[in-house]
Ligand binder design. Structure first.
Ligand SMILES: Cc1ncc(C[n+]2csc(CCOP(=O)(O)OP(=O)(O)O)c2C)c(N)n1
Ligand SMILES: [Mg+2]
Length: 466
């Protein structure tokens, strides 16, 4: 599927996604004056004279002479306060009963974060962000999310039938991925974790290329340069360091804060709630903040790190951690594609403009096992799954669109998705294993004597079976 790049039109507030004439380039629905605290320099250079006070939002011009970064209004909290839910005596985590208990109630349900589209399909006002999608883009979001869910189901089936080594389902996270992916500009670069299939598909990566690694026929997946999107990494949070390194390179190239939309570049890196606990992630935050790297860290908090609940790893919304590193943190309803699009658009514009890093916590839910090797029914409470099902990202957009769109259009989308799934199956089965000795290719720039010996031995061994 291809990304639709178009100027954002502000949708009406009437509960219908309708086209208006207002063009929004940055998200500044300020009701209060913005602050003028200096933020991350571009390029690498002087440090801000005055540190932002804890709890304040560093906004405003990046540096004297530099174009102003996109800003959010001061005064509005970036994250909702944590509701003090009752504490369970039962530890639902898998890490042992000697640990202190975690809140039994999913406080995330109460603290949805920035939201523009309610689960019942009505548009809701937010003091800081407005809907940037016009009617056509809302339809594209719907099409993309339905397609991703259908392809995800097909890939799961292929794994069950022995055609994939493993599959990592994304069900439930379609809005977090499609909404954020839409915000990426042509020069921006994406570093995924391992579950971002909808990001890849929305950016135009052919569906079957996402399966190559998991069919075991390739060390990677798609052409990174063609899609400005790195391949997956299973090593949690390692991609955050790659992203910051890339962002620092962008800074050194002078492609930040020039005011030239054709030139300014940002980096979007995805990580999970569990990965937020990794040393790599926290080192990446420090480096990004120290050098004002144009990196948007997008944490999909799907409430679980395999069987460890997110609340085990953080008693407060993860977006709040950004305060400690000195850059803005936004908590967003990750099942609201419109909010994800608006918030990520703001964050990337902020980074491109020289405002430095931003952390977005997409508050969502993993409506599937961690991988096809996992049985989530052993730890995900049925009531919790049911509560999150009621906030399904696709269903709420369907409710919004239903006011304007004929039911036959929804049927057409389902048919398109079914056809794409059948094509994915055919393409997957056609992905033949490579010549085994190619595993030794590209290990070093030039083949070593040791490698040559291994190749000779392996070839003779394999031929002994023929
Ligand atoms: C450095 C490292 N440690 C441990 C693992 C094993 N592991 C794989 S996925 C995972 C949980 C990650 O959870 P989260 O970051 O929330 O992402 P999600 O899978 O929920 O998308 C763990 C611990 C790993 N892959 N890498
Ligand atoms: Mg997780």
């Amino acid at each position: 599927m291809n990304v639709v790049q178009r100027p954002g039109l502000i949708a009406g507030r009437s509960g219908r996604c309708s086209e208006t004439t207002a063009v929004a380039t940055t998200v500044t629905p300020a009701t209060a004056p913005t602050q003028t605290v200096p933020v991350g320099p571009a390029p690498i250079g002087p440090v801000p004279a005055e540190p932002a006070r804890v709890g304040q939002i560093p906004t405003g011009p990046a540096q004297a002479g530099a174009p102003p970064a996109a800003s959010v209004p001061a005064g509005a909290p970036l994250v909702s306060p944590v509701s003090a839910g009752p504490v369970s005596s039962v530890d639902r985590g898998s890490t042992g009963s000697s640990l202190p208990s975690v809140p039994a109630e999913p406080s995330e349900l109460a603290d949805a974060g920035i939201r523009l589209l309610a689960p019942d399909g009505t548009l809701v006002p937010d003091p800081r962000f407005e809907v940037l999608a016009d009617h056509d883009l809302c339809r594209e979001f719907y099409r993309s999310m339905v397609l991703a869910r259908r392809l995800d189901a097909e890939a799961t089936a292929l794994q069950r039938q022995g055609e994939l080594v493993l599959w990592i389902p994304l069900r439930g996270q379609e809005a977090a991925q499609v909404g954020s992916a839409q915000a990426v500009g042509p020069r921006d670069f994406i570093f995924p974790s391992y579950r971002e299939h909808a990001v890849a598909w929305h950016r135009g990566v052919p569906a079957a290329e996402v399966l190559r690694l998991l069919r075991g026929v390739s060390h990677d997946g798609w052409d990174v340069a063609a899609h400005n999107m790195a391949n997956y990494t299973i090593v949690l949070a390692s991609q955050t360091l790659h992203a910051v390194g890339y962002g620092m390179g962008v800074l050194l190239d002078g492609d930040v804060g020039t005011g030239d939309a054709e030139r300014d570049t940002a980096v979007l890196v995805y990580l999970g709630d569990g990965a937020m606990s990794q040393g790599d992630a926290n080192e990446a935050f420090v480096w990004a903040a120290s050098f004002g790297a144009p990196v948007v860290f997008l944490c999909q908090n799907n409430q679980w790190a395999i069987s460890t609940p997110s609340r085990r790893q953080s008693p407060v919304p993860l977006a709040r951690r950004a305060d400690g590193f000195g850059f803005p943190g936004l908590r967003v309803d990750g099942n609201d594609v419109l909010a994800m699009h608006a918030a990520t658009s703001w964050a990337l514009a902020h980074a491109r403009g020289g405002g430095g890093p931003v952390l977005i916590e997409a508050n969502t839910y993993r409506m599937a096992p961690h991988t096809t090797s996992d049985d989530a029914t052993r730890y995900q409470p049925a009531a919790e799954v049911a509560a999150w099902s009621a906030r399904d990202p696709i269903e709420r957009l369907r409710r919004l669109l239903a006011a304007d769109v004929d039911t036959t259009w929804f049927d057409e989308i389902d048919d398109q998705a079914a056809a794409a799934a059948a094509q994915l199956r055919r393409d997957c089965l056609a992905l033949d294993p490579p010549e085994p000795t190619t595993m030794l290719d590209h290990v070093y720039a030039e083949e070593t004597a040791d490698e040559r010996d291994q190749r000779t031995w392996f070839t003779a061994y394999r031929d002994s079976f023929l």
